[in-house]
Design a protein around this ligand. Sequence first.
Ligand SMILES: C[S@@+](CC[C@H](N)C(=O)[O-])C[C@H]1O[C@@H](n2cnc3c(N)ncnc32)[C@H](O)[C@@H]1O
Ligand code: SF4
Length: 359
Amino acid sequence: MLLSAQIQLAHFILLRCVSKLQSIFADMLGTACSWMGWLFSPRTRAAGHPGARAALAERDSRAAQRTPTPSSVNYHLTRKCNYKCGFCFHTAKTSFVLPIEEAKRGLQLLKEAGMEKINFSGGEPFFHEGGEFLGKLVQYCKQDLQLPSVSIVSNGSMIKEGWFKKYGKYLDILAISCDSFDEDTNKLIGRTQGRKSHLDNLFKVHSWCRQYKVAFKINSVICSFNVEEDMRENIRQLNPVRWKVFQCLIIDGENAGESALRDAEKFVVDDEQFQAFLDRHAEIQCLVPESNLKMRDSYLILDEYMRFLDCRGGRKDPSKSILDVGVENAIQFSGFDEKMFLKRGGKYVWSKEDMKLDW
Ligand SMILES: C[S@@+](CC[C@H](N)C(=O)[O-])C[C@H]1O[C@@H](n2cnc3c(N)ncnc32)[C@H](O)[C@@H]1O
Ligand code: SF4
C-alpha cells in the first residue's frame, strides 16, 4: 500500500515536470518564431543598413505629415495695379494673366482637391479687362463649381455699379482695403490714384454691397503711418462683417531686398506698436488681428501662373503650376501651415446665405 502510494506520487511529480518542460519549450519556440519573422521581414532586412534606416525614418515622418487640404485658396490672378502702396508685398513683377479657360481648369482642379473658398486677389483683381475676367471667374466658381464661398479683396477704385448688377449675386464677400480714414495718410502710403479719393470709393462700394447683397469686409495694414490712428468711429459706421488688421509684413524680393520693386522698411511696426493699435480697438467685435507670425505661412497663395508661393524663407518661392503637376503635388511645396490657418480663424462662416445679414 505504501509502495503503491509512493509510485503514484512519483508518477504525479513526473507528469508535472513533463508538462512544465513542455510549456517552457513552447514559450521558447514562440519567441524564436516571432524573432525569426521580424528578422526576415523586408523592413528589418532593409533597416540593417544605416542608409536604409534613415530612409525609413524619413518615409515614416513624411507619412505622418498629412497633405494639407486646400479648403481656402487665394488666387492672385494679376500683379498689375493702379495704386502704389509703399508696403505692398505682391508687386507687378510680371504682367502675365492666364487665359480664362486655363484659369477655370485650375479652379476645377482645386475644387476636386477640396477647395471650399476661393479669394481673388492681386495686384488689383479688377484691373484686367475692366473686371470682366474676374466677374466670369466669380460666376464660374459659384454657378458651375458651386463653391460655398467666393470672395474678392480689392482696393475698390476700379469697381463700377454695372459689375455688381451682373456679378454681385455670385459673390459672397467683398473686402476693400483701407489703411486710414485720413486722405493725407492714404496719399503718404500710396493708396490712391491721382486726385481720386480712396475714401469716396470705399463708401460708394460699401453702399453697393448693401444694395446688391454682398457681405462687406475691410482689410487694414498697420504701418508706421497709421499706427497711432483711432479708427473706431469709422469702423462702427461701416459695420463690416470682418475687419482684418494686418501687421505690415516684409517679404524679400517683393518689398525688401535688392531685386524688389518696393522698399517697405520705413513702414514696419514692431509687435508692441501693433499690440497698442489692437488694444485701442479692442471693443470692435469684428476685428480679426493678424501679426506677422500668424500671417506668414497660414495662407495658400497661388500666383498668376497658379503656382503655390512658399513664404517660409521670408521670400515667395514658387512651386510648379497646379496646371502642370496637379494640386496634390504642387501643394507639397506651398509651405502652408494648416494648424496656423485654423488658429488664426481661417475657417469661419463664409457663405453669405449662412451669415443672416440684415441687408
Ligand atoms: C496685395 S493686396 C491685393 C488686393 C488689392 N489690390 C488690395 O490692395 O486690396 C491684398 C491684401 O494684402 C494687403 N497687403 C499688401 N501689402 C502688405 C504688407 N506688406 N503686409 C500686410 N498686408 C499687406 C493689402 O492691404 C490687401 O488687403
Ligand atoms: S492696391 Fe496697394 S496693396 Fe493692393 S496690389 Fe495695389 S499696390 Fe499692392
